[in-house]
Design a protein around this ligand. Structure first.
Ligand code: CP3
Length: 331
């Protein structure tokens, strides 16, 4: 039986999450209040008995800790005071990161001691490229014109930002592991917007540098990489020297992954989050198809991206049953 956990398993689809969320106006203050962060981290474990919890936080705590202004607007998602030229990099500093993010590490310590011994606790961070997207676009984007414009026309100064983020992410993951995270995941949510050569320079290479640095200090802590929407370029991330597992988005075929990725590295994924909204027979068939292809090898069941707010919680319970009751068909 493969283990199962879900990206964004804590969130607005759960009424008990909305109740805690309603007690704090600012989303970042919510992330920085250990009691509340721990409570919502544990909620999906209590309700569904998932095999892993992921600490409740956000990837944008890193730009916040570096000194960039970050806030969340109701119904609009994250906003940042955008970086517009390299002279502003000097205002960003790793020095205050451990203090500013101490509540995240406190939450990890508390969550680890509250969780059952056989439930893993995951820490996480945004990948440098995905963080740079938010930092330069000033929030979400449709075309990533600003960040790409900068990376393509001024690769030397873009590299300075990526290098700073590599160091900050290494610090953040190391502190999370030292506080009790059993494994960590790197979210490169926007990797898929880059062409091949830039994908290597701005996504894969920084992720491998982070993984090597973290592993030199904590060689036994698994690192999961999630280079979202990269298609067949997922082959480049088949790097067991760096990553223990690759998280696959919904666009990657389970059959292809079983043949090309799984012989080299554990894979995680990749049910469409909208199948979890649909539920019923459609979800049963699709989850079983993924299990039949991937559960014979090294595999962690997950979604291809995060749980969406309109997900009926009962469908999550049903999905956990499907995975736990799955049996390999004799062939
Ligand atoms: O997975 C978990 O349960 C752990 C918590 C977690 C959150 N964000 C909580 C959150 C994790 C792992 C993240 C990662 C994250 N944050 C990513 C990478 C994964 C991905 O989705 O691609 C990104 C790109 C972000 C940035 C971010 N944070 C966005 C774009 C948004 C707005 C989206 C939305 O649904 O409103 C957030 C806010 C956020 N982070 C919420 C949650 C539960 C919703 C905020 C709320 O409660 O109102």
């Amino acid at each position: 039986t493969p283990p199962i956990w879900l990206m964004r398993q804590a969130g607005r689809y759960l009424p008990e999450y909305r109740a805690v969320r309603a007690t704090t106006r600012s989303f970042l203050d919510f992330c920085y209040t250990p009691d509340k962060a721990v409570e919502v981290t544990l909620q999906p474990i209590r309700r569904f008995g998932l095999d892993a919890a992921i600490i409740f936080s956000d990837i944008l705590v890193v730009p916040d800790a570096l000194g960039q202004k970050v806030w969340f607007e109701e119904g609009e998602g994250p906003k940042l005071e955008a970086l517009t030229d390299p002279s502003q990099f000097g205002q960003l500093s790793r020095a205050r990161l451990p203090d500013r993010l101490a509540p995240v590490y406190d939450a990890i310590r508390l969550a680890r001691s509250a969780l059952p011994a056989d439930t893993a606790l995951l820490g996480f961070a945004g990948a440098p490229f995905t963080l740079a997207c938010y930092m330069i676009e000033g929030g979400g984007s449709r075309d990533f014109a600003k960040v790409k414009g900068w990376a393509y026309a001024h690769p030397e100064s873009f590299a300075l930002l990526i290098d700073l983020l590599v160091e900050a992410v290494v610090d953040h993951l190391t502190y999370q592991i030292e506080a009790g995270a059993d494994a960590v995941q790197l979210f490169d949510s926007w990797a898929g917007v880059l062409p091949e050569e830039q994908l290597f320079s701005w996504s894969l290479d920084p992720l491998v540098r982070i993984a090597h640095a973290v592993r030199s200090r904590h060689p036994r802590t698994p690192i999961i990489a999630f280079p979202r929407a990269v298609g067949p370029a997922a082959l480049m991330y088949r790097r067991p020297d760096a990553f223990a597992a690759l998280s696959l988005d919904t666009g990657i075929g389970a059959h292809w992954a079983a043949k090309e990725l799984q012989p080299h590295i554990c894979v995680q994924g990749n049910l469409d989050p909208l199948m979890l909204v649909a539920g019923g027979v459609a979800m049963e068939r699709e989850a079983t198809r993924i299990l039949d292809k991937l559960a014979h090898g090294s595999f962690v069941f997950n979604l291809g991206h995060g749980v969406v707010p309109q997900t009926p919680p009962d469908n999550v319970a049903h999905l956990v049953d499907i995975v736990r009751n799955w049996k390999p068909s004799v062939s």
